[in-house]
Design a protein around this ligand. Structure first.
Ligand SMILES: Cc1cc2nc3c(=O)[nH]c(=O)nc-3n(C[C@H](O)[C@H](O)[C@H](O)COP(=O)(O)O)c2cc1C
Length: 150
């Protein structure tokens, strides 16, 4: 690591063209991403919390910058398939007991914006049994899918 010469301020990051600059923080929509890149002049961006419960969001941003088109969110059926796969992957990775606990916040994030999500979150947060969580997921998503089809 090279020390900065004393008495000199650090160069502004974009005055060092060999160093890629990444912007991040509160990028939760495509418009946020657009504005962050335009305002900062950064070379790229990172998304953190904006992908909670929406793992498809980074791909929507990539697609937008490549094509100018805004991809719709996945259908509710696809979201249900994604949350189930995420839950099973967490159980496989962490083991059932820890996995169920670690998955709670993610299941809550996936449920945002769907009717009765507060009740669903409260029930999931009390449940330690993986099969019962699977039932809670079905009891939450399947009626929402039926309502959508009606
Ligand atoms: C799950 C998660 C883990 C993070 N871990 C770190 C970390 O290890 N070190 C760090 O400097 N920032 C970490 N951050 C902060 C992010 O780099 C970023 O500054 C912050 O999340 C703001 O971006 P966001 O609004 O897109 O989430 C983490 C953020 C999240 C969501």
């Amino acid at each position: 690591m090279t020390a900065m010469p004393t008495g000199r301020s650090l160069p502004r990051s974009k005055q060092r063209p060999s160093l890629p600059v990444i912007v991040n923080g509160d990028i939760n929509t495509i418009d946020d991403a657009d504005t962050a890149l335009a305002d900062s002049g950064a070379d790229g961006l990172m998304i953190g919390r904006g992908a909670y419960g929406r793992p498809w969001f980074p791909q929507q941003v990539v697609h937008y910058f490549r094509t100018g088109q805004r991809l719709a969110d996945p259908s509710l059926a696809e979201q249900y398939a994604t949350v189930r796969a995420h839950f099973e992957a967490m159980l496989a990775h962490y083991g059932t007991e820890t996995g169920v606990r670690m998955a709670r916040k993610h299941l809550g994030w996936y449920s945002k914006g769907i009717p009765a999500s507060a009740d669903f979150r409260a029930a999931v947060n009390r449940e330690s049994d993986a099969d019962k969580v699977r039932n809670l997921l079905a009891g939450f998503f399947l009626p929402a899918l039926e309502r959508q089809a009606a």
